[in-house]
Design a protein. Structure first.
Length: 273
């Protein structure tokens, strides 16, 4: 069964940061949607997130080859391999570049095929699914605080105020072994997917995010409401949200409805395949 996807995305610098280091992209033809949050000094974060959204789609396509089944173990592995290939390219090509050395980025992506999707991620950008009024987080943050919670060293309600909050254990371009995670999820008509950076969820609780998604405004309006709510709560970081609405397609209509896509240029020479 093929489902229809209507998407929109919005990125905002927030109320504190001078520069927006988030990026997002949507490629309905490939069924690929990506959000990235740059990290690093000077202009490095901005360059890294742009590299992710521009280079990763080609690497994913090349890695997948002819693999048609998004639920196959091989597909999950191919998507992770594409993320690791990009991570290695960014790390190697910026290692000795002034102002870019040590830069990196988070990534979360959804690859929608038929009635299911692959969710893959590295870092603390997140994916959620809203189904029948219930919001489910589909990713786990790759952060020091998450490790401490998992080990029982701190309680979940201590995480938001912990001094190590926001420190990543994994990211695109980071030294060491690249360890993205991926999972297959089923989709049904009425589902909403949200891809976002930590600038959104650090400002809003899951209940607040779920309430805005559950109001069922069109994706573009929903993205605007999410960003506005995060800014109203303080806007302490860059904020990016991409919303996907899943529905049964009317006969004769496109599988993915038109939506605004981000296209930027990066100069660090990462091969987009």
């Amino acid at each position: 069964m093929t489902l229809r996807v209507e998407h929109a995305g919005l990125s905002d610098p927030g109320r504190v940061r001078d520069r927006n280091e988030d990026s997002w992209m949507a490629d309905p033809r490939r069924g690929l949607y990506i959000v990235s949050d740059g990290i690093g000094g000077e202009l490095a974060g901005d360059v890294a997130s742009r590299a992710v959204v521009e280079a990763l789609p080609g690497l994913v396509t090349r890695s997948l080859g002819e693999a048609p089944d998004p639920g196959a173990v091989e597909t999950l592995q191919h998507v992770k391999e594409a993320i690791c290939e990009l991570s290695g390219q960014i790390r190697d090509q910026t290692r000795h570049e002034p102002g870019l050395e040590g830069m990196g980025a988070t990534v979360v992506l959804a690859l929608v095929r038929g009635a299911c999707a692959v969710i893959a991620y590295l870092g603390d950008s997140r994916a959620y699914r809203l189904r029948e009024g219930r919001l489910e987080q589909l990713t786990q943050d790759h952060t020091i605080v998450r490790l401490l919670v998992d080990r029982g060293e701190i309680a979940p309600d201590e995480a938001a105020a912990h001094p190590s909050r926001g420190q990543l254990t994994r990211a695109v371009g980071m030294e060491g072994e690249c360890l993205p995670e991926s999972a297959r999820i089923d989709l049904q008509s009425g589902d909403r997917l949200l891809l976002c950076t930590d600038g959104l969820v650090d400002m809003l609780s899951d209940e607040e995010v779920g309430s805005i998604l559950g109001d069922r405004a069109p994706p573009a309006s929903t993205c605007r409401r999410l960003v506005d709510a995060a800014n109203a709560a303080g806007g302490k970081d860059n904020i990016t949200a991409v919303v996907l609405d899943i529905s049964n397609p009317p006969q004769g209509h496109a599988v993915d409805a038109p939506g605004e896509a981000l296209r930027k240029t990066t100069k660090i020479g990462v091969d987009p395949a």
